[in-house]
Ligand binder design. Sequence first.
Ligand code: UDP
Length: 376
Amino acid sequence: MVGAGLSGAVIGRKLAEAGHSVIVVDERAHIAGNCFTERDQDTGVLVHVYGPHIFHTDDEEVWTYVNQFERFLPYVNRVKTTSRGQVYLLPINLHTINQFFGKTLRPDEARSFIASLSDASIDEPRTFEEQALKFVGRDLYEAFFKGYTVKQWGCDPNDLPASILKRLPVRFNYDDNYFFHRFQGMPENGYTKMVEKILEHDRIEVRLNQKFNRSDSSSYDHVFYSGPLDGYFDYELGRLGYRTLDFEKFYSDGDFQGCAVMNYGDLSVPYTRITEHKHFSPWESHEKSVCYREFSRSCEEGDIPYYPIRLTEEKELLTRYVERARKESGVTFVGRLGTYRYLDMDVTIREAFDTAKLFLEATSSGSEMRPFAVEP
Ligand code: UDP
């Protein structure tokens, strides 16, 4: 397994349980990839070092699986946003609509009101902006989505796919739960502990601070590669575009903002959000607080890739890397970086299950495992 994040850990564990010997290498000094959590030394708060990770899923098998390794305690993501000097609730819900327009609408009234604002000329929204205009109309779009999205993605929302906005619901009731899923929570002792337990198996060996070289592949029966797809080929064809994040850490006494995630919709505020990590573990109590201002920018050489951009240009390059990868044997590309997709944790784990299953079926029938278990 190249990479000790969720894909490497879960596939590794499934293979070890089936009798394979597994070596997990990671070039970082720690396991758990970007969902790595650790205690902040000054406050004792459990921090999500690479930005907030909230576990939510409809996949019962995935939920049962993660709970086997770490107890998940109740956490409901309730995001706020500051726009033009006021604080609103996200996702856009009846409270947001009534506050924004100074009204007291009931659900059906709000539905017709928003329908009257929506751009009816857009049939099939192709871009983020069209999706938003059709969804909520121009005023809400400009207050909550436009500025945030320009900061987050560094481009015009008209150049982004509609699918990014489809991650967010609009609700005509007072439910401000960010997610629709049946299961949601936070691992009591953090994701690092969870991944550590997944990797705890007699047939799994973890080697940290170890860079993987393609030339090492021949020493293994098969390689599962969860690093960047373009990185595997030494960026020969160019770099796939990512957004990276810079975090500005600061401390506060008591409670800084009263919630875990406060977004900033205005373009004049340079960061996208402030996260206050003690609120991610509401069952703990800490006197002091640690927060992070989150800034998004283009990912350059040496930066940590976070969000795959997947615009037309990147998609063309992706196709060329995928063609090249399909010619490789003895390696399977997995996870967010290996398949260059914006993946939630639960989907990553589900795909890891399916990948392990395919591999075990292939080995038992004597056929070769494919370079991609899931199409990038
Ligand atoms: N978004 C926005 N305003 C917000 C929150 C999100 O415009 O206040 C848009 C933005 O383009 C973002 C996308 O919706 O990239 C998905 O948001 P999500 O909260 O799922 O992003 P994540 O937590 O994965 O960064």
